[in-house]
Design a binder for this molecule. Sequence first.
Ligand SMILES: [Zn+2]
Length: 265
Amino acid sequence: MPLAAGSVMSKYANTVPTPQSTTKNNVAGKKALFPFQNKGKRMSTYPTAKTAMYEEAAAKRTSFPQIQQPPSPFQVQCMQVAKSEAVYTFMSSLIEGENMEREGLAETPARVAKAWKHWTSGYDIDIGKLLKTFEDGAEGCDQMVVRKNIPIYSKCEHHLADIFGTCTIAYIPNGRVLGLSKMDRLADAFARRLQVQERLTNQIADAMMEHLSPKGVGVFLNCRHMCVESRGVQNQDSATITSALRGLFLTDAMVRSEFLALARA
Ligand SMILES: [Zn+2]
């Protein structure tokens, strides 16, 4: 019966109101925006305590796409509620045989929404502002600068499963250097998005080239993918290694071999 969950989702999809239908007095519109408020016991658990806020959120929801200014604290709160609802729908649709009303799961939708905000926080980061470079300190610096074993926590874009491992970033300065921790932050900014490891590796290398203009960049990732280890081929103890080489790291065999030896050690 694989369509059972899908039918729940499509039921909601068909009842999502158009902006015109969602007025303060349009009860059907409000119910459609918060469908699980009408699901029996659910009324007495997590949404009901905030009924007034929910109703106000429902009345204002349609104005969100037109917001030009940063959202107010109230609007942020409303969006968090909407995200919690989305997680509730996601869980109740996909996880069969679970009682979504039990105590241990009552706060889970809000908790998951908050966790995903962090796991995808890379989208909010301005890479140009992050990669502040300095001439001061770069005098005579023409050898490889290496940051090794930077932690990577990412999400596979195909399964939303964990990708984790380490990253090594190296560059040869060309009159400017970068704060060392900025390389960690750069890797994290691209990792905290939905990713495939190949793109993640290239994005780190290309950002270094674009914003630092070094003589060359090498990026090396060694990661584990939970979509490979915990499902599918279930191949544990496997790792995926990717590298992205730019400038001298690509054209000079000695630079390339020095970097790869350092990264693999
Ligand atoms: Zn995957």
